[in-house]
Design a protein around this ligand. Structure first.
Ligand code: PMP
Length: 424
């Protein structure tokens, strides 16, 4: 079909990420300043950041300590790569700190530039692990329905939101991927049997699904995944890109749910978004073979220019100090309880199907009579940023520095908007 006669819209030279462009052009909001839990736009709005950007601005926006950490680091050494025999001291220091915080005992830490990167590394390393073991059929990566693991080639291929996987000519951009049930562990077990455990390298799971609609795990589900992995020699990769570094009141959701994954991916909260950084925590049984003192020791041939970027590492170290100094993890637990109470009150509205809270992450699912998109659009007019997610759900995940009053104001605004739209 030719679309040649249809008008082409213009807009900024900058191509918006993941957007249906005709829907956003002409109504984009350009942020040019921020402070704490608020962002300011070029058209003069002051908006409460009810999503912490894309679940990343955990310690709040525009903190001078983090600006200073970056400035001081750049004055001394902006970065130096960590290929071959080179390292930089900041990346080494961050590795030590993350190893100390890690819920995996005695891990190695792979650093890179973000969550999608981390997922690429974790999936490649899982496959590399089984090739090295001589289990050459173990190439399949399983992920959950509704999962979001970023949109690099691997993240696209293991996306549980089908629209993110579609449009590239084959069912999966990287071969050998499949989806398992998100809530039903018996169904996961059946899928594993059907594919054959001897073909499966790893299962990837967000402990609490984020972009798929803020879906806390069904009771026993994550423990069930871990058992299936153990019984079948399948690696368990927990994607803690959202949940890592305090979002659930624990440093990692792995601790909250008492799990023992083989690999953990992280990003966002490690720097609270002040510098692009992500990575993977790797368990000893995976890393040790690559560290053996032997002439036939294999190489994990992965790396990028900005792996272990010194300025990003300096910012991460300061950000981790702030989590501690400001006692933000216990604060998240208080905020979780408050958010759960406040959102629960919304279920009195006919248009609210359900609210879900796990950690300082909330989802409000609406009936088909209302649209999450329309509700979030209207909330901007009231001064609040939220985000529509899959399943007609509104996302709430503010910075950890949010006050109780701000949570109450946000939920009051949501109530006002829903009630006005119910009346339409
Ligand atoms: N994994 C999860 C669970 C995520 O939520 C995201 C980003 N929202 C990613 C991976 C990808 O991270 P990034 O956007 O930093 O590449």
């Amino acid at each position: 079909m030719s679309h040649e006669n249809q008008p082409v819209l213009t807009g900024p030279a900058l191509w918006s990420a993941q957007a249906h462009l005709p829907s956003v052009l002409g109504r984009q909001l350009t942020v040019d300043r921020a402070e704490g839990s608020y962002v300011f736009t070029t058209d003069g709005r002051r908006l409460f950041d009810g999503t912490a950007g894309l679940w990343h601005a955990n310690v709040g926006h525009a903190r001078p300590e983090l600006a200073e950490a970056a400035y001081e680091q750049m004055r001394r050494l902006e970065t130096y790569h960590i290929f071959g025999r080179y390292l930089n001291d900041r990346a080494v220091e961050l590795g030590e700190r993350l190893a100390w915080l890690s819920p995996i005992d005695d891990p190695k830490v792979i650093l890179n530039s973000g969550g999608s990167d981390a997922i690429d590394v974790a999936c490649k390393l899982a496959r590399r692990h089984w090739q090295r073991e001589g289990r050459t059929d173990k190439t399949v990566i399983l992920s959950r329905e509704f999962a979001y693991h970023g949109l690099h080639a691997y993240g696209t291929s293991i996306a549980g939101l089908d629209f993110n996987r579609a449009g590239y000519g084959t069912e999966s951009l990287v071969p050998d991927t499949a989806r398992v049930s998100t809530h039903d562990i018996a169904a996961v077990e059946r899928t594993v049997r059907t594919i054959g455990p001897e073909k499966i390298a790893a299962i990837v799971a967000e402990p609490i699904q984020g972009t798929g609609g803020v879906n806390p795990p069904a009771p026993g589900y994550l423990e069930g995944l871990q058992r299936i992995c153990r019984e079948n020699d399948i690696l368990l990769i927990l994607d803690e890109v959202i949940t890592g570094f305090g979002r659930t009141g624990h440093m990692f959701a792995t601790e909250r749910y008492g799990l023992r994954p083989d690999l953990i991916t992280f990003a966002k909260g490690v720097t609270s978004g002040y510098a692009p950084l992500g990575g993977v925590l790797v368990a000893p049984h995976i890393w040790q073979p690559f560290y053996r003192d032997s002439s036939d020791t294999p190489v994990f041939r992965h790396g990028a220019t900005y792996a272990g970027h010194a300025t990003a590492a300096a910012v991460a170290l300061r950000n981790l100090d702030i989590l501690d100094e400001d006692k933000l993890l216990p604060r998240v637990t208080e905020l979780e309880q408050l958010l759960a109470r406040e959102l629960n009150a919304l279920t009195a509205r006919a248009a609210v199907v359900e609210t879900r809270v796990a950690g300082f992450l909330g989802g409000i699912t609406l009936t088909d009579d209302l649209s999450a998109e329309a509700v979030t659009d209207e909330l901007v007019e009231h001064g609040f940023i939220t985000r529509p997610l899959r399943g007609n759900t509104v996302q709430i995940s503010p910075p950890f520095v949010t006050t109780d009053d701000e949570i109450r104001q946000l939920v009051a605004a949501i109530d006002t908007v829903i009630s006005a739209q119910e009346a339409k």
